[in-house]
Design a protein around this ligand. Structure first.
Ligand code: SAH
Length: 217
């Protein structure tokens, strides 16, 4: 496909998959429009980059379906001056979208090969407010806590306690929680020392590894 075809495919994706399913937040839609998704997927999948599905990104991992990225990012209600923690950089697509919405993004990825290629793609796009760190994101990143928003894109058996502890007052944590292959999105909101939880839509994410991850991975 040529660049104009990618651009048209992206507009169609935003209209058919995201706006038609109820995501109307203009800042989020603008951020999605600013990130060329085809640059984040392996070359053999570039022509499918704007399709309504997840795609393989190597190492047995996947880039999330575009709607799921839009849904989770819009639930965070990110403010311009926010400090965001992302767990599961993967190919870096969602990381790049977050960079258009907040002032600082710290993104943790446990597979070094994915972290490296995400870093390259992101540098190519000249996004300067992202730091990708190789490590176990189930522990969060206490050095720079608290975070206004925390977004996890791998499925945990239950919410990792360190992530709740690293949430700023008024902050939100969005993550998939459940069994292997079937989970629900959980939306956590902190007010002072009070944590409330709402359940979102059913999803199917790859399992979280690490200390608070799924035991069998
Ligand atoms: N948002 C990413 C999703 C990638 S899939 C994208 O759209 O590309 C989930 C990612 O979480 C994988 O890259 C996987 O390696 C990573 N992951 C799993 N467990 C992790 C952990 N404990 N710490 C950091 N990253 C983890």
């Amino acid at each position: 496909m040529r660049n104009t075809d990618f651009y048209l495919a992206q507009e169609k994706m935003i209209c058919d998959q995201i706006v038609h399913r109820g995501i109307f937040d203009n800042r989020v839609l603008h951020a999605i429009r600013s990130v060329p998704r085809h640059l984040f997927v392996p070359e053999e999948y570039q022509n499918s980059a704007y399709n309504d599905c997840p795609l393989p990104i190597g190492f047995g991992q996947t880039i999330s379906q575009p709607f799921i990225v839009a849904y989770m990012v819009s639930l965070l209600q990110i403010k311009l001056n926010a400090k965001v923690l992302e767990i599961g950089t993967g190919c870096g697509y969602q990381t790049a979208i977050l960079a258009h919405l907040a002032s600082t993004i710290v993104s943790l990825e446990i597979i070094p090969g994915l972290a490296k290629s995400a870093e390259q793609t992101i540098r190519g796009l000249k996004l300067e407010n992202i730091r990708i760190i190789i490590g176990d994101g189930s522990l969060g990143w206490p050095n720079e806590a608290p975070f206004d928003s925390i977004l996890m894109s791998a499925a945990a058996p239950r919410v990792p306690k360190p992530l709740l502890a690293q949430l700023a007052d008024g902050g939100r944590l969005i993550l998939p929680v459940g069994d292997r292959g079937f989970q629900h999105i959980e939306i956590w909101h902190r007010i002072g020392s009070n944590f409330s939880k709402i359940e979102g839509i059913p999803v199917a994410f790859v399992p979280l590894r690490g200390k608070y991850g799924c035991k069998e991975v």
